[in-house]
Write a protein that binds this ligand. Structure first.
Ligand code: DGI
Ligand code: FE
Ligand code: FE
Length: 188
C-alpha cells in the first residue's frame, strides 16, 4: 500500500491531534529503521496504523477481544491496552493489510512483549519519543535510541511501569515480560 493512501485512511479514523502524533511516529520510525536496517515499507505501515483503533468505543473493542478469542486478560487491565491488539485485527480486516510483521508491530506497540522483533522495538520507541511527546524522561530515551535500541527500550518500559505503579494501575504481563527479557539478556 502507498504511504499517501495509508495516511488518508488513518486521517479518517483519528482526530487532528492524534493524526499529528501519528505523523511524528512515522517520521521517527523511518529514521530509526534506516539506522537499524528495517524494511521501510513495513515500518511505514506499522507506524501509520499503530493507533488505528484508538477512538473505537470501548464496548466495540471488548466485543472484538471476546469474539476473536484474544486473551481474556486484556479485559481486566484497563481499556488503554485494547486499542493495540484490536487495532491489529481491524487493520487486517478493514484495511486489508496481511503482513504479520506489520500487524505484530501494531499489536504489541502499547505493552511490548518478550523477544520483540526490531520492527516492534522501533514502533514502541517511536511512539514514546516522537517529537510531539514532552513528558519527563523522554529526552533520555531519545538520546539512548540513537545509540542502543535495547537500552532505550529498558528505560522507556521501566518509566511506564513506574508510572503505572504510582497510579496503582495493574501492569500487563507482556509489559513485565518485555522488561525482564531485555534485562536478563543484558546480565547473562
Ligand atoms: O496510544 P498512545 O497514547 O500513543 O500510547 P500507548 O499505546 O503506548 O498507550 C499508552 C497508555 O497505555 C498509557 O495510558 C499507559 C497504558 N499502558 C501501557 N502499558 C500498560 C498500560 N496500562 C496498563 N494497565 N498496563 C500496562 O502494562
Ligand atoms: Fe497506542
Ligand atoms: Fe501512539
Amino acid at each position: 500500500m502507498e504511504r499517501d493512501s495509508a495516511l488518508q485512511i488513518i486521517q479518517s479514523q483519528l482526530p487532528e491531534k492524534r493524526y499529528i502524533h501519528t505523523v511524528g511516529v512515522l517520521e521517527t520510525a523511518v529514521l530509526l529503521a534506516e539506522k537499524y536496517k528495517v524494511e521501510r515499507e513495513k515500518i511505514e505501515l506499522a507506524a501509520i496504523f499503530h493507533d488505528y483503533a484508538k477512538y473505537r468505543p470501548i464496548a466495540e473493542m471488548k466485543l472484538i477481544v471476546s469474539e476473536q478469542k484474544m486473551s481474556d486478560k486484556l479485559l481486566s487491565y484497563g481499556s488503554e491496552l485494547l486499542h493495540a491488539p484490536v487495532g491489529a485485527y481491524l487493520v487486517q480486516k478493514e484495511v486489508g493489510i496481511d503482513d504479520e510483521d506489520v500487524l505484530d508491530g501494531i499489536r504489541y506497540h502499547t505493552t511490548g512483549r518478550a523477544n520483540m522483533t526490531l520492527l516492534e522495538k522501533i514502533i514502541y520507541i517511536s511512539d514514546y519519543i516522537e517529537p510531539n511527546r514532552s513528558f519527563k524522561g523522554v529526552e533520555e530515551v531519545r538520546k539512548l535510541a540513537e545509540k542502543d535500541l535495547d537500552q532505550a527500550l529498558i528505560t522507556a518500559i521501566s518509566n511506564t511501569i513506574q508510572f503505572l505503579v504510582k497510579k496503582r494501575q495493574p501492569v500487563f504481563p507482556d509489559t513485565l515480560a518485555a522488561y525482564n527479557h531485555l534485562i536478563l539478556k543484558e546480565e547473562f
